[in-house]
Design a protein around this ligand. Structure first.
Ligand code: DGL
Length: 273
């Protein structure tokens, strides 16, 4: 079957965090339509088991396939770490996560071969960032640190707040003493704390946001497969948003970070898929 070049890209996350990835796709691939799904009823993924994350991700992929997507971006580090390797063998369309692009960008950026990674508990425990980075260069030391309080702080909108500063100092103090020169923001929410993290780790540490690199990888992939949309997406509604709960709250958050006016967010029952 021939793929329709104008078909949308499916993008999913456990909730609002993946909007940081959708934002990069909007900026860097302006011709592409997007169907975004945020699993707001079942967030957070970062503290759940691998089996659960695989089950959730399979349901979301099935939903996105009903929307006629031509490719899927797993815009969640936790799902990329725990479910992507299983799911990529189960579907016929291209699917990418945020981790490999993030690992590649970090490996290219480090000069002293010492990289820090921050993410959810499950992402850090999975060891996938070290695996991908050391597949590129086994001499690179990768130091991970789970920062579970960052996600609720972002969801609460405390992006610039003394409490967030204090939490960041506690989490990142250890890492900064490890002489890293690159830090991967290995969770979709963390790019929204970029300035706080930067202040704590200092100017000598380069921050890598996997979202940007993921958009670039998506662009290369669509071109290679001959399925990119070379024109501009039509003005009206090139992006559609679905969630599993709290559609109104999601819409407000989306409008605070996207370069696009989100007018409608639809709630669906993801357990049906
Ligand atoms: N989106 C998740 C990630 O990037 C963070 C939020 C969660 O724990 O679900 O890992």
């Amino acid at each position: 079957m021939k793929t329709d070049n104008q078909a949308p890209i499916g993008v999913f996350d456990s909730g609002v965090g993946g909007l940081t990835v959708a934002r990069e796709i909007m900026r860097n691939l302006p011709g592409e339509r997007i169907v975004y799904f945020g699993d707001t009823a079942r967030v957070p993924y970062g503290s759940k088991s691998r089996q659960t994350i695989i089950r959730y991700s399979r349901q979301i992929v099935r939903f996105l396939l009903t929307q006629g997507v031509k490719a899927i971006v797993v815009a969640c580090n936790t799902a990329s770490a725990l479910a992507l390797e299983d799911i990529e063998h189960e579907i016929d369309i291209p699917i990418i996560g945020v981790m490999k692009p993030g690992a590649r960008a970090a490996a290219a950026a480090t000069k002293n071969r010492r990289i820090g990674v921050i993410g959810t508990e499950s992402t850090i425990k999975s060891g996938m960032y070290p695996r991908f980075i050391q597949a590129i260069d086994p001499e690179i030391a990768v130091l991970g640190k789970a920062c579970p309080l960052f996600v609720p702080l972002v969801e609460e909108g405390w992006l610039k707040d003394p409490v967030t500063d204090e939490v960041a100092r506690r989490y990142l103090g250890e890492l900064t003493r490890e002489n890293i020169d690159v830090l991967i923001l290995g969770c979709t929410h963390y790019p929204l704390l970029r300035s706080t993290v930067k202040r704590v780790v200092g100017d000598k540490v380069e921050l890598v946001n996997p979202a940007y690199e993921t958009a670039q990888e998506l662009k290369r992939l669509l071109e290679k497969k001959g399925i990119s949309n070379p024109g501009m997406a039509p003005e009206e509604f090139p992006y559609r948003f679905y969630v599993s709960d709290a559609a109104e709250k999601f819409k407000q958050f989306a409008n605070s970070i996207l370069p696009y006016d989100v007018r409608v967010t639809q709630q669906i029952n993801i357990e049906e898929y």
